[in-house]
Ligand binder design. Sequence first.
Ligand code: FMN
Length: 315
Amino acid sequence: MSTQLTDLLKIKHPIIMAPMFLVSNTAMVIEGMKSGIAGCIPALNYRTLDELRVSINELKAAKVSGGAFGYNLIVNKSNIKYKEQLRVICEEGCDFILTSLGNPEETIREAHAVGIKVFCDVTDLHFAKKVEQLGADAAVAVNSEAGGHRGNLSPQELTSLLHKELNIPVISAGGVGCKADINTMLSYGAAGVSVGSPFIASIEAGVTDDYKQACVDYGADDIVMTERISGTPCTVINTPYVQKIGTKSTGLEKLLNKNKTLKKWVKMIRFYIGMKTTEKAALQATYKTVWVAGPSIEHTKAILPTREIVENLTN
Ligand SMILES: Cc1cc2nc3c(=O)[nH]c(=O)nc-3n(C[C@H](O)[C@H](O)[C@H](O)COP(=O)(O)O)c2cc1C
């Protein structure tokens, strides 16, 4: 199938395996590339710059015709490693960088100077226009069906709007679990799709089998938004633990947030505790089952090799 995305990245299918904090790894991306799609890993999945460098070189060595790989960079102040991660990625090279949160201007400038394409996460027209004007190669339209920090507009509304108003390709992110979903997004004007949640239950993913099995056992109706992880609403599986702790910020947090000086610290502490809880839930056996996933796990019926997940999306 030929679309603007397959042409941009020289891939067989118009699919990016979306970056997922704690979940994405090189084994998944290598299998994705062999299956003719692009894969993307959050730079934050690596604790050190050396680990990031090793990952890039592993993917460069494993790259095959019909596949492509890139890295996700959080470009706002919350990512204190941003500048160094950008430097390492530009030094080593990859096919694309996917930016999220914040102004991508510097990333676009630095990446373009070394021939790396830049795609930017957007959730509305205003920001999409901005990244287009800054020179982004494509806009990743994160819609209200996406896993993680989702957008507010429905897949149809957001994709059609951006397709109509932008001159750069629009990649639809959120809610894609099967081939029919991909065709629907393409019919709205998308040049391709970015798919995350369906790859959590892949053999290659480095998360616990309990997390993968939860993506099989639970469905779209079991996804809820919670503020209890990072303070910013995020989609999680409504496990008994999530039900027990509730999905709203606590009264104490709300009270502390009203104080200007304390607000910053409360936010940072909440973010840190939330990230530690999610990390534990993803990587170790724990009763604190806070598992990030989106409604597209509805189509996940078994833990499968990445290759088969791609086959299910493309056949
Ligand atoms: C477990 C999980 C972790 C995620 N981590 C990130 C991340 O680190 N950076 C990012 O830009 N998006 C992240 N996302 C969002 C995905 O990149 C993508 O936009 C989303 O998964 C698309 O929706 P889908 O899950 O329905 O396919 C994450 C999503 C999930 C489900």
